[in-house]
Design a protein around this ligand. Structure first.
Ligand code: PMP
Length: 394
């Protein structure tokens, strides 16, 4: 049987991580993988998570199974974080999943179970896993224009024109905030225009939110999502806690089916439970429990919010430093988009050859499409990157 298998293409980002590890140069700079790093290049366990972990060790009495949808307390706590008081709890069916990836994957599964004809419109570019998972599931994917490589901001006209070709029942996949890989995001007016178009044409929104708090703030980053769920009859929402709680390897995420008609709740919840059952039965609990403890305890929550703020402001400061340094070196404002972008990533707009040149000449590792993880920089390496970019002719 195994001889029938074809080799799968290697994951480009994981290959890049490997090449970085094997590079003997001391001054090398890793801007590849999408993990937050502090100024020392470390991905620390967040303070509130560490405290919750100690508390949990004392109070946890069993490792027996949770419910199929995970602990309801986790869904309740995440409901508050994501939606505030914009919608009612009884409109949301929710199931914990292994990370945001698990949530996205099962959201796609649910689309396929509901409507085999539905196509999923995906931003061009998007998180590559969106595309490969849709392909894996045999769901038709339609790219929509999103990034203007001249201005390095959202090509909103192109986006609206492409979404205008969607048929009723098609799904529009949107990044909740901090678009990966570009860093370019919709304004609230643009969210509203997309919502109006989806409403007019009977489209179904699916929002993937993996970086809440890393852009403009915890509330601000959820604003587009809140507009979607409060205005549209239905939405799928996939949330990841990997980044904003720093619990990457604990695999902590949540898939939600939001329906304004509470009569849908029972079937939707049953479907989410069913999908968990078919894929892995019970979702991981440890990370979800830590997140729940942090969100429900006033002191832990305040400390977590403070640390998220430190992370966000640290990344923003690096953006400003990089844009200013490039202004100085190029005598132009053409890299100012770096300070407009939000979240950990920016697509710089360098060609694959320029990206390769920076790797060979300067030991700077970024994804081939010139996406950088801004958090991989520090005050010392910002000028190194700026000079390399200019030297490479970007
Ligand atoms: N969606 C997007 C847009 C992402 O960037 C990521 C992380 N790379 C995820 C979902 C899922 O992350 P995880 O499975 O690690 O929670």
């Amino acid at each position: 049987m195994f001889e029938l298998l074809k080799e799968q293409p290697a994951d480009k980002i994981l290959m890049l991580m490997q090449a970085y590890r094997e590079d003997p140069r001391e001054q090398k700079v890793d801007l590849g993988v999408g993990v937050y790093k502090n100024a020392d290049g470390k991905t620390p366990i967040m303070r509130a998570i560490k405290t919750a972990e100690k508390q949990l060790w004392e109070i946890e009495e069993t490792k027996s199974y949770t419910g199929l949808a995970g602990d309801v307390g986790f869904a309740d706590a995440m409901f508050g974080l994501l939606y505030g008081d914009t919608i009612k709890r009884e409109t949301v069916a929710a199931a914990a999943t292994p990370g945001g990836t698990g949530a996205v994957r099962q959201g796609f599964d649910m689309i396929r179970m509901a409507n085999r004809e539905a196509r999923v419109f995906v931003s061009d570019p998007s998180w590559p896993n969106h595309i490969t998972m849709l392909k894996h599931l045999g769901i038709e994917m339609v790219p929509y224009r999103y990034f203007d490589s001249e201005t390095r901001s959202v090509d909103f006209e192109g986006m609206m024109a492409d979404l205008g070709t969607a048929k009723p029942g098609d799904v529009v996949l949107l990044h909740g905030c901090c678009h990966n890989p570009t860093g370019a995001n919709l304004t609230l007016d643009q969210w509203q225009a997309v919502i109006d178009l989806m409403t007019r044409n009977g489209l179904v929104p699916m929002v993937d939110i993996a970086y809440q708090g890393f852009g403009d703030g915890l509330e601000e980053d959820a604003a587009g999502l809140r507009m979607v769920v409060s205005q549209m009859p239905e939405a799928l929402v996939a949330a990841s806690c990997s980044k904003n709680f720093g619990v990457y390897r604990e695999r902590t995420g949540l898939l939600m089916a939001v329906a304004q008609d509470p009569a849908r709740l029972k079937v939707n919840q049953g479907m989410l439970n069913h999908l968990n059952r078919q894929n892995f039965s019970f979702p991981p609990d440890h990370g979800a429990r830590l997140v729940t403890m942090v969100l429900n305890d006033a002191a832990l929550r305040a400390d977590w919010e403070e640390e998220v703020r430190e992370i966000r402001e640290g990344v923003l400061a690096l953006r400003v430093q990089l844009a200013d340094e490039l202004r100085r070196l190029t005598n132009s404002d053409r890299f100012d988009f770096v300070k407009q972008h939000r979240g950990m990533f920016s697509r710089l707009g360098a060609t694959p050859e320029q990206v390769e040149k920076m790797r060979v000449d300067n030991g700077i590792y970024m994804v081939g499409d010139s996406r950088i993880n801004v958090a991989g920089l520090n005050a010392r390496t910002v000028p190194v990157l700026a000079k390399a970019l200019v030297d490479a002719g970007a």
